[in-house]
Write a protein that binds this ligand. Structure first.
Ligand SMILES: Nc1ncnc2c1ncn2[C@@H]1O[C@H](COP(=O)(O)OP(=O)(O)OP(=O)(O)O)[C@@H](O)[C@H]1O
Ligand SMILES: [Mg+2]
Length: 299
């Protein structure tokens, strides 16, 4: 068994907010057994592994080795290049599987938003292929880096309109979403009169009106206050489907994501599962700093 299991187990357990005690009860084992598994001092038998994959709703391959099933491929970028005045993306290869939570990292101007625009079909690659194994109209939700809001609408009108476009409209949906995203007091405010952080929350709310197979978030927490940032990550933790997020919020990357990719010099210079990074006793920030310097981690 590859040694990513122990960290995979603790990441999945913390993500589901299940204590070692509760997990032990579900599996009819002692808490010490769970603790030994997470420390790498013992391994569960196959029955318990199957129960664990049920509890966390992940495949055994993913639980044991962080591997995803190929038939679960949602999105693939193959040998993608894109130039504006100069080359930005030279040869980008990226695969997104069901339930992946990928943090896309890279310096300013490295081409992260360009990748998002290619995924959305707002840009076409000069060379290479972007294959979407989903219906973009129904299965894709986005929170762009620049808010795409209609400033002349009132907040509740905007939510209603976006919900209608996504065929999710009901009056209770509007009030529920306003309450969840703490925008009730701004319900009748014109979007143009919202603060920067409130606009970001509205943008997030709109991207989450409908459950989707793939959610793409481009620097979602920039401009949010601490309370909104905490709320954001907590909320996102309960969202199903695959998520690709561009973020520099390193405090959260360790908790939330399954893998990280680093875009540098027009290619995916490094890609690693969070469980593997943790199994080497590194934080994602440490991994990022090293990979960004050398760009030579394995892909
Ligand atoms: N429509 C465009 N026309 C010309 N150049 C562009 C266009 N879009 C992006 N670029 C250029 O491509 C490069 C990558 O831009 P991109 O927005 O993808 O970077 P980024 O990684 O998202 O940066 P940031 O972290 O600042 O958001 C930049 O040099 C930018 O100036
Ligand atoms: Mg960007």
């Amino acid at each position: 068994m590859k040694n990513v299991f122990k960290s995979q187990l603790s990441v999945l357990r913390q993500r589901k907010r299940i204590s070692q005690e509760v997990l032990a009860q579900k599996l009819f084992v002692s808490r010490q057994s769970v603790s030994k598994w997470e420390n790498g001092d013992a391994e569960p038998d196959i029955d318990k592994l199957i129960s664990l994959s049920d509890i966390f709703a992940v495949d055994l391959d993913f639980l044991l080795a962080g591997k995803q099933r190929t038939d679960d491929l949602i999105l693939q970028l193959q040998h993608v290049s894109k130039s504006f005045q100069k080359p930005v993306l030279k040869d980008v290869n990226l695969s997104v599987y069901g339930r992946d939570r990928i943090a896309l990292l890279g310096g300013n101007g490295s081409g992260k938003t360009t990748i998002v625009n290619l995924i959305l079909g707002l840009l076409q690659p000069d060379e290479g292929i972007v294959s979407q194994n989903f219906k973009p109209q129904e299965d894709l939700s986005v929170m762009p880096q620049e808010n795409m809001l209609i400033e002349s609408l009132r907040v509740h009108e905007h939510i209603a309109l976006s919900a209608q476009i996504k065929r999710q409209y009901s009056p209770t949906l509007v009030t529920d979403m306003l309450a969840k995203f703490k925008l009730q007091q701004q319900s009748k405010t014109l979007v143009s009169q919202l603060s920067g952080g409130q606009k970001r929350r509205l943008s997030l709310l709109i991207s989450l009106i409908r459950p989707s197979k793939l959610l793409v978030l481009d620097e979602p927490t920039v401009g949010m206050d601490l309370e909104s940032i905490d709320f954001f990550w907590d909320y996102l933790d309960h969202v199903g489907g695959s998520v690709v997020t561009i973020t520099h919020d390193f405090n959260q990357i360790d908790k939330y994501f399954t893998s990280v990719v680093l875009l540098k010099d027009g290619v995916i210079a490094a890609k690693e599962s969070v469980a593997t990074i943790h199994s080497k006793n590194q934080t994602i920030e440490q991994w990022y700093r090293i990979a960004n310097k050398t760009g030579s981690e394995k892909q």
